[in-house]
Design a protein around this ligand. Structure first.
Ligand SMILES: [Zn+2]
Length: 98
């Protein structure tokens, strides 16, 4: 049996989407974060302090997340429906169609 336990450590770059549940590279996803004070916001930098949830930059995933209130589940904190609207707006702006 070769080598140290490196192989047991999964690379942490992939993140699971709160909507579809698939893992994707962090860079392809949008992060939302629950700050230590309990406020939930979109983490544009991807580096904010606090508990994070990830979602594909895809309106369909956001819709799924909304239906099961996935952000609240992942963040272990209530998340207002209007927050999903904010995320939707951001995704729309990024995709550039319309
Ligand atoms: Zn997804």
């Amino acid at each position: 049996m070769a080598g140290p336990s490196e192989k047991l450590t999964k690379p942490r770059r992939a993140r699971k989407c709160a909507g579809c549940g698939l893992e994707r590279p962090k860079g392809e996803m949008l992060r939302v974060v629950r700050a230590p004070d309990g406020s939930v916001s979109i983490d544009a930098s991807g580096r904010a302090q606090g508990r994070g949830a990830y979602i594909c930059r895809d309106a369909a995933c956001l819709d799924r997340a909304l239906k099961k209130n996935a952000f609240a589940r992942v963040l272990k904190h209530p998340v207002d429906r209007s927050f999903y609207g904010e995320v939707a707006k951001l995704l729309k702006g990024e995709s550039g169609d319309e």
